[in-house]
Design a protein around this ligand. Sequence first.
Ligand code: ZN
Length: 348
Amino acid sequence: MASLNNVTDTEVVHPLPAWVRWQARPFPDANLLALIGSTPVLIDSGFVGHATQTREWAHAQTGGAVQWVVNTHWHADHVGGNAELQAVGAGVAAAVHDAEAVARRDPGCCVAEYLDQPVRPYTVDRALADGEVLPLGEADWQVIAAPGHTPGHLCLWQPEERLLVVGDALSDYDVGWTNAALDGPDAAATALASLDRLIGLDPRVLLTAHGPIPVDTPAALAGARRRAQRLVDDPDGAVWYGIRRVFAYALMIRGGVPLDSLTEYLLARAWLTDAAALLRRDPAGLAEELVTGMRTAGAVVETDGRLRAAAPHTEVPPAALQQPWPRDWPPAAPASTAGSDDEDGAHR
Ligand SMILES: [Zn+2]
C-alpha cells in the first residue's frame, strides 16, 4: 500500500493538532484514531481479532487510560475492541439507534450474524444524538448523524480545527456501501443526503476510517458525492457494490474460504439470498457470478485450495472468530461501568 507516502503528504498538507493521533490500518480493521487530553478517547476500535493491539495502541497514545470509545457505527471492523477496552474501564458511546438495539440484544446488532462478521459482546454506556456536543480529547466535538451506510452511522465535527471524523461515510477512494435489503430502497439516497450535509460543513481534514487521509479534501468529497449519486441512480449496481465488499471482508477474516465449500458458504448467507431477491436472480447463479466477477477483476485469488481476498489485509487468528451472535450475548447490565458515574468526561 502507498499509504505511508500518502500519510506523509497529508501531514504536510494538513497538519493535525497534537491532540489528534491517527494511524492507518489495513483491513479487516478500521484506522486508529485517538483524541488525547483531559478526556482521552478512542474513536472506533477495530476488528475483534486485533483487539489487544487496538488497546495497546490506544493506551500508548493516551498514557494508559481511555475514558471513552466512541463508535461511528456498529460494523465489526469498528466495534471489535469495545469489549476489551470496557474490561479495562472505558465507557462505550454510540448512536441512539445502535445503543438501543445493543441494550436489548437485538439479533440484528452490528449486522454481525447477517454479515457473518463476529463481534465480542459489549454494552453501550452512552447514547449519542445528532447535534450533541462532546468534550473529546482537548476539544468540543459535535455529533453529526450521517445515516446511510448504516441507519445509526454518525460523524464527529470539530468546528475550530474543521476536522471531520467520517467513519465509513466516505474514504479517499470510495463511499460507504448501503444495504437496501435491510435498510430499505432509500438507503442510498439517505447516504447521499448525509454526504451533502458533510460537504456543507466545509471540513479542512477528513479523518477517514479506511485508507489514507485525503490530501485533497474537496476532491475527496466531490468524488464521494459522484459515487454516492451513482449508487442512487443504479440500485442494482449498489447491491453488487455491497455484496463484493461483504464477500471480500468474509475472505479476509477467514484467511479465505476453501474452494470446495465456497458455494455452500455463500448460499448459507442471508446477505447473498437477500441480494439475489433484490436483483431478481437465483442465489446459486448470483453466487457463481459474484465469484467469477471478482476473479476477473483480480479482487480474489486462489491459493492452497482457498479463495482469498487479494487486497492487503492483516491475518486474523481463527479463535477470535468464536464469538456468540448478538442474539446469544449475555444480557446487558444497566449502564454502571466506566463513565456512567463520571460526570466529568463525555458523559453529559
Ligand atoms: Zn461500516
